[in-house]
Each structure stands twice: as structure tokens, then as C-alpha cells.
Write a protein that binds this ligand. Structure first.
Ligand SMILES: Cc1ncc(C[n+]2csc(CCOP(=O)(O)OP(=O)(O)O)c2C)c(N)n1
Length: 556
């Protein structure tokens, strides 16, 4: 029963393992991850894809002296298992348990917190530059997926790193998938590279013989390798990464641990930026995830035998948004939809199926998504762009500079607003109301239920000005609202009359306000409940009228 994994208390324990033992370890890690994630939920397919890669990284490098920075960080479960956190692994993504992403507070081996995509190369370059200034001598390695590489920051960092000639290793984990299929020109370029001959280990026999030549052996091996790399660069001049200033190594089979180790050792010997192109299969080793890697990217609890979810799928706000948008788009051919690599999560799949020409997946590129919408709006389209609240943080300036100052009609849908649960602090949608509230010319709405989301979307696509609609993760409250007044710009909806106090609520909190009203009324207190609907503009007039009547507010 997990003989090898049981003996791993830290990366040092990997060093003495044979090839066969590492293969067995990979198998045991996969079993452990499937067992745990089938209970806790989490990022299954991405982790199954990096098992051999993580073993190789911890075999070749000396963490935490050598720094491993995991992009997004959703694929760091194997890293957690190999760095002394096996015991706590069953608490993954639970209250006070192990985080689903790297956390510096959790382990010295998590050298940087991640969660939002495409930051790893910038951070690694920063650490490498600090290392050089401090005259230290360790490796810094960014591990980034082909999806995360589509993010602007990753490209900005490659641009800087390549030119700087700083010693740095970028491991590109290419599984051809973002959450769904990866998109874009870069992805097409990677597929050309993938078709090249896969790297395999040179003859160990010959290498060992040369290595034994006194004094010069190792030098000869390094020299031969560099000659080979340079010749390769001469033959293949149009290499994007090499033109940027990186040495490109690969492609290498990401499920052959020994080849990976060999390649990593080679990269370690360079004193300039190196990119290793690793080919992996998302979901590797678990048939349901291999067959459907998008579905198994992030899962709730499931039956490990069948791969079937244990949770019944209920209608959520994203699905309602997606269905309504399809209806509206049938009526108005100016409506277009944009996503930053989150087609499924934001409910846009039916839209893509019905209107493939009016659907744009731009990759993990929230900033670009927003400015793209601005351009389309300027030319008469009505762009609708759902992005999760925490990822909107990325595109704040674009919302201000490209949309709102010019008052362009873009419908900014803020999905997963509020508390989102077990993905941890980086993914909570807590700031959008505060930061959008400061933006000029922006109307902000939040629906109390599904029906009001439909109403608001209909209102927004004909409003002809920038507008935010924010809605939470999951479904509406159990108790249904009967009342749905037409939406009037900046106007509230009074749900219940009362004389003792006024409760003002917006979005999901309206259902809570109704619950509180019921409790108060059992005690003889009659609360007036106002559904604010708009945070901006704020309907002060109605509020003042109500408070003058009830004389008290809910804050008393
Ligand atoms: C800024 C930002 N936008 C969106 C996401 C949601 N997200 C998490 S993982 C992921 C796909 C990552 O693909 P890739 O880097 O190729 O990793 P893989 O899961 O395929 O290993 C996305 C879009 C995010 N974490 N950060």
C-alpha cells in the first residue's frame, strides 16, 4: 500500500530512488490524488498531468534553496505531497486544511503564492535578479502551462527575461489545454514545435564513459550539448523563444521521468534563460479525466470508479446568463460574447454553439478581452463579457481607460461575485463592488434572483452605456420572489412595506433581508425591504423617503 510514497517525507527522500521506484511512486501519487480529490473536489486533471514532471523537478533541484514557482498554482498537489504534506493532504481545500494553491505560510517549499494566471515568469525573473544582486547561486524555475502562457504578463516577462540574459529556467507544461482547448496563434505555434522529434536520453553508456575522462569529461559533455543546441538554433532560425533570447530545449515527453531529469540537469548548466518544452497529457492515468480533461480540470466530489459527480448539477447564475444571452442574441445581431478562457464556467457554451462567429475566446487575457470589447463597441457592436470577479481585478485600467471614460456600451458581467468557497483568498470576489464603484460613467447592478438577472441583461444590452451586472456563484435562494418590477435606471424596487425599520439590500443579500424580515415580524417588528438593484447610481431619494417613514435604518 503506497510503499514508496509512505517513505517520502521531503524532496531529499527522492534522491536515492531507482527508475522503477520512481515509476511506482508516480502510480501511488496518482492513486492518492484521485482518492483525495474525489472527496474534497479540486483540480484533478492538471495535477495528474504533472506527476512525473514534479518528481523530476524535486529530484534534480534542491527545494527550497532552488526556487520552484508554480503558475496559477492549481497543479501543485504533487509538489505538496513530495514536500512533507502527505499527512495533511486529506484536508485539501477544507477550512484550516491544506490550500489548493501554493501558500508561503504553509511550507518553505511554497516560495510564492499564486492563484491568478501568468505571473510565474515575472516573479521568477525577479527572484533571479535578486539572487544575482546578492551574489547567490541557486536555480529559479517557473513552471507554466500553455494556457497560462497566453496571458499578457507571461509574454511581457519572456520579453524582459530573454533580453536580460538572466539565468532562469521556464518549464512550459504543454498539454494543449487551458480549461477547455487552448486557443490562439501561440497555441498553433506550440503545436508545430510538438511535431518535432521528441528528445530522448543520449546513450548513457557513451556519456558515462566520457564523464570518466579525468578533468575534461564533464566539460566535454557540456560542450557537445551546447554545440548541438547551437546547431539546432542555426538550422531552425525562426524560433520564437530563441529569438526572444531563450535557449529552447525539447520537446520532451513529460511522462518519461528519466528524460525529464536529463533535460532539467541540462537546463541547470546554462547561465542564461532556458525554456524547456514539456509535453504532457491532462488527466494522465485516469481514464475519465483523460477522455474529458476540460470537465476534470476542476471538479466537485465524485465517484472514483465511474468519474460521476456526487453532486447533482443545479441551474446556476452562469447558466441562466448564458441561456438568456442566446435569446437576446437571436433578437439582436449586434450582440457578441467574449471570454478570457472561461467559456464553460461563465455559461457561454450554448452561445458559442449557436453563434460561433459572434463568440471570441481570447485566452487567459482579461485585459485584452476588455479593450477588444471597447473596440467592438466603438464600431457599433454590443459586447457582453462575463469574467469572474477576482479576475476582473486584472482589467481594472482597461475598464476605466478603454470603456468608461469613453462611455462605450459594453456589458461587463461579473460572475462568481462574493464568497466563492474553497479556492482560497485569491479567488474570492470581494473587491469588485468597491473598485467598480469608483469608476466614472459606470452603472452597477446586481440581481436578487435568476429572473432579475434576465431582466437586467435585457436592460443592459439596450442601455447603450457601460454597465456592470454582478452575480454570485451557484444558484438562487430556495424561497422564490414573486415580484419583478420592470428595471428603471437607478431605481430601487420596494419588496415589502414596513413602518419600523428599513432594510436595504442588493443582489444575493436581498433574500437574506427577506429572511430577516420574517424573523423580525414574528417579534412584532415590521421591516420595509428595499431591493436596491443599482449600486450606482444610488437611489438616495427612495432611501430617504423610507427612512423618514421608519425613522430607523438597519444599521441602528
Ligand atoms: C487571471 C486568471 N484568469 C483565469 C484563471 C482561471 N484558470 C485557472 S487554470 C486555467 C487554465 C490554465 O491552463 P494551463 O496553464 O495550460 O494549465 P493546465 O491546467 O492545462 O495544466 C484558467 C483559465 C486564473 N486562474 N487566472
Amino acid at each position: 500500500m503506497k510503499e514508496i510514497l509512505n517513505k517520502i517525507n521531503g524532496p531529499a527522500d527522492l534522491k536515492g530512488l531507482s527508475k522503477q521506484e520512481k515509476e511506482q511512486l508516480a502510480q501511488e501519487i496518482r492513486e492518492e490524488i484521485i482518492e483525495t480529490v474525489s472527496k474534497t473536489g479540486g483540480h484533478l486533471a492538471s495535477n495528474l498531468g504533472v506527476v512525473e514532471l514534479t518528481i523530476a523537478l524535486h529530484s534534480v533541484f534542491n527545494s527550497p534553496t532552488d526556487k520552484l514557482i508554480w503558475d496559477v498554482g492549481h497543479q501543485a498537489y504533487v509538489h505538496k505531497l513530495l514536500t512533507g504534506r502527505r499527512e495533511q493532504f486529506k484536508t485539501l481545500r477544507t477550512m484550516n486544511g491544506l490550500a489548493g494553491f501554493p501558500k508561503t505560510s504553509e511550507s518553505e517549499h511554497d516560495v510564492f503564492n499564486t492563484g491568478h494566471s501568468s505571473t510565474s515568469i515575472s516573479v521568477a525573473l525577479g527572484m533571479a535578479r535578486a539572487r544575482d544582486l546578492k551574489k547567490e547561486d541557486h536555480s529559479v524555475i517557473a513552471i507554466i502551462g500553455d494556457g497560462a502562457l497566453t496571458g499578457g504578463m507571461a509574454l511581457e516577462a519572456l520579453n524582459d527575461a530573454g533580453n536580460s540574459r538572466t539565468r532562469l529556467i521556464v518549464v512550459l507544461n504543454d498539454n494543449t489545454m487551458s480549461i477547455s482547448k487552448n486557443v490562439g496563434g501561440l497555441s498553433n505555434f506550440l503545436s508545430k514545435l510538438r511535431s518535432r522529434k521528441i528528445y530522448t536520453r543520449p546513450s548513457i553508456y557513451v556519456r558515462d564513459k566520457i564523464a570518466k575522462i579525468p578533468k575534461f569529461g564533464n566539460w566535454v559533455i557540456k560542450w557537445v550539448r551546447r554545440m548541438k543546441d547551437s546547431i539546432k538554433q542555426l538550422i531552425l532560425p525562426n524560433m520564437f523563444f530563441e529569438d526572444l533570447g531563450f535557449t529552447y530545449l525539447g520537446p520532451v515527453n513529460g511522462h518519461n521521468e528519466q528524460d525529464l531529469e536529463d533535460m532539467l540537469k541540462r537546463a541547470k548548466g546554462y547561465d542564461s534563460p532556458v525554456l524547456i518544452h514539456v509535453l504532457t497529457k491532462k488527466g494522465k492515468g485516469y481514464a475519465p479525466a483523460e477522455e474529458n480533461p476540460g470537465k476534470f480540470h476542476g471538479v466537485s466530489s465524485f465517484d472514483p470508479k465511474t468519474g460521476k459527480s456526487r453532486k447533482e448539477k443545479k441551474t446556476d447564475y452562469s447558466a441562466v446568463f448564458g441561456e438568456e444571452l442566446v435569446k437576446l442574441a437571436k433578437e439582436n445581431d449586434k450582440i457578441v460574447a467574449v471570454t478570457a478562457a472561461m467559456r464553460d464556467g461563465t455559461g457561454l457554451k450554448p452561445f458559442e454553439e449557436q453563434f460561433p462567429d459572434r463568440f471570441f475566446d481570447v485566452g487567459i487575457a482579461e485585459q485584452h478581452a476588455i479593450s477588444l470589447c471597447a473596440g467592438m463597441a466603438k464600431e457599433g457592436m454590443i459586447p457582453v463579457v462575463p469574467i469572474y470577479s477576482s479576475f476582473y481585478q486584472r482589467a481594472y485600467d482597461q475598464v476605466i481607460h478603454d470603456i468608461c471614460i469613453q462611455s462605450l456600451p459594453v456589458v461587463l458581467c461579473v460572475d462568481r461575485a462574493g464568497i466563492v468557497g474553497n479556492d482560497g483568498e485569491t479567488h474570492q470576489g470581494l473587491l469588485d463592488l468597491a473598485f467598480f464603484n469608483l469608476v466614472p460613467n459606470l452603472t452597477i447592478m446586481a440581481p436578487k434572483d435568476f429572473e432579475e438577472l434576465r431582466q437586467m441583461l435585457r436592460f443592459a444590452v439596450q442601455f447603450n452605456k457601460p454597465v456592470v451586472i454582478r452575480y454570485p456563484r451557484g444558484g438562487e435562494s430556495e424561497s422564490k420572489f414573486q415580484k419583478h418590477e420592470p428595471i428603471r435606471w437607478g431605481k430601487t424596487e420596494k419588496l415589502e412595506d414596513g413602518k419600523d425599520l428599513t432594510i436595504l439590500a442588493i443582489g444575493k443579500m436581498v433574500a437574506k433581508a427577506m429572511g430577516i424580515r420574517a424573523i423580525l415580524s414574528e417579534r412584532g417588528i415590521q421591516a420595509e425591504v428595499i431591493n436596491t438593484r443599482f449600486l450606482k447610481p444610488f437611489d438616495e431619494e427612495t432611501l430617504v423617503q423610507s427612512i423618514q417613514k421608519t425613522r430607523k435604518s438597519s444599521y441602528d
